[in-house]
Design a protein around this ligand. Structure first.
Ligand SMILES: N[C@@H](CCC(=O)N[C@@H](CS)C(=O)NCC(=O)O)C(=O)O
Length: 220
């Protein structure tokens, strides 16, 4: 029995996607919306103490934090070759990518907060949005340098691609991607994978972003 606590196209997509790559899509998906009271209810708080998604129920245990879940799945299903265990030549690059995913996602989260979730009279700060947008662009430049061949690791697709590559779903809403052709090609390769397509079919169209691009606001 695999149960995923999920927000559509949120960080839990990483887990949904990886499970599909592994040929074991969740038996049950509990969907939430950011800001819903249900995210502070006993169902989610019982498996994720800060009421954050993703949380996964699997193998008779619960686990939260997308990086921990990706690690757990790759380590417990080592035969699928999606992790890079201790001693593997790519181990350090793999671990870096898992961690860097959240460096980058935390910037996206700040931009989501400012652009999507503030309600009047609260207004986004142009200074904070500009700074976070520039910092997100820095991480995209870094990520372009990390892609080694088709994927993040020369030997092929891994859990690190599900973890870090997923950020490319959100980043183009805030940063123009033309300077990063390598990332556009990498994102296209990721989306073409049968595992990604299976997850996207479960997910349906994204309803998170209402606009194609969010400009830095002008302070009034
Ligand atoms: N580092 C955590 C971050 C989890 C997280 O913040 N998820 C967001 C959605 S993408 C969330 O649950 N937000 C709900 C809230 O902030 O109340 C992870 O990677 O799992």
């Amino acid at each position: 029995m695999i149960r995923l606590h999920h927000v559509p196209w949120g960080r839990s997509f990483r887990v949904l996607w990886l499970l599909c790559e592994m040929g074991m899509p969740p038996d049950e998906i509990i969907r939430y919306r950011i800001g819903d009271r249900a995210m502070r209810g006993p169902g989610l708080m019982g498996v994720s103490p800060a009421g954050r998604i993703p949380a996964l129920e699997i193998d008779g245990i619960t686990v939260f934090e997308s990086g921990a879940i990706v690690q757990y799945l790759c380590e417990t299903r080592e035969h699928l070759g999606l992790g890079r265990p201790p001693g593997d030549a790519e181990r350090v690059r793999y671990l870096e990518a898992l961690g860097f995913a959240e460096t980058q996602a935390s910037l996206i989260e700040q931009l989501n907060l400012n652009h999507l979730f503030l309600r009047p009279p609260a207004r986004p700060s142009a200074t904070v949005v500009k700074l976070n947008t520039l910092r997100l662009a820095d991480t995209l430049r870094a990520l372009e340098g990390m892609v080694a061949g088709d994927y993040l690791l020369p030997s092929g697709f891994s859990g690190a691609d599900a973890m870090l590559g997923f950020n490319l779903f959100a980043a183009p809403y805030y940063v123009r991607m033309d300077p990063y052709p390598g990332l556009l090609a990498y994102w296209a390769r990721l989306q073409a994978r049968p595992g990604f397509q299976a997850a996207a079919a479960i997910e349906g169209p994204q309803e998170f972003y209402a606009k194609a691009f969010y400009e830095v606001p002008v302070d009034g």
